[in-house]
Design a protein around this ligand. Structure first.
Ligand code: HEM
Length: 185
């Protein structure tokens, strides 16, 4: 996993909890990196699992909830640090349809040794968008948070449904993004 993700996670902990909490979870985790992450470095995914588990133990917030919160936070950060990939789009659907074939393809060029998920999409006749998330890292909660952050950024009223399909070699989740109809008054 890229250092940028670790650095953003630690900054979320510092901002949303405290600097002391961030220090404590780093000390409690058995990290080969010792918590010193560079943006373009690559670190074992297990270090993120350890950090999140210690944060969960300390805060009594479940690991899935923390991963979702982090996804939300990271999308907001992407609108600043990777604005180029976001500002030209008019809607969440426009961006999400380009996630697999364009945005994450560019991410692979920008950062070496990336481990990215796949996000196939299908458009439904009823106006909803289906995204099929596949990854060996099984970070569907994190993906959900990123999707929520994306929808919030474009200020859409949208329902996000998720169906998880466990597989032997990773996970597979089907997200349905359904625009909410405006109420007639
Ligand atoms: C709503 C839009 C997005 C979603 C749902 C999404 C989803 C994800 C997920 C779930 C991962 C974790 C890896 C895995 O599950 O296998 C990931 C990694 C990553 N994504 Fe995205 N992403 C989005 C937008 C972006 C944007 C706009 C950028 C920046 C240009 C970006 C850059 C990255 C990077 C750098 C990683 C880390 C790769 C690694 O650690 O090797 N993503 N993304």
């Amino acid at each position: 996993m890229k250092g940028i993700v670790f650095r953003e996670f630690i900054s979320m902990v510092e901002n949303e909890f405290s600097i002391e909490t961030a220090d404590e979870i780093i000390t409690a985790s058995n990290l080969k990196s010792e918590g010193a992450y560079t943006t373009v470095g690559t670190y074992p995914h297990e270090e993120m699992v350890e950090l999140v588990s210690h944060l969960s133990a300390k805060t009594n917030i479940s690991v899935p909830e923390l991963l979702r919160a982090f996804g939300n936070y990271l999308f907001q950060r992407f609108t600043i640090i990777h604005a180029d990939y976001i500002v030209n789009h008019q809607s969440a659907f426009e961006l999400l349809k380009l996630l697999d074939g364009h945005i994450h393809v560019e991410v692979r060029k920008l950062y070496t040794e990336t481990e990215l998920p796949s996000f196939e999409h299908e458009e439904n006749a009823d106006g909803s968008l289906i995204l099929i998330y596949k990854s060996r890292r099984a970070l569907a909660d994190f993906a959900q948070g990123l999707l929520e952050g994306c929808v919030a950024h474009f200020q859409h009223a949208m329902q996000i449904e998720r169906q998880d399909i466990p597989e032997e070699n990773g996970a597979h989740s089907r997200f349905t993004l359904r625009p909410m109809k405006a109420k007639h008054v």
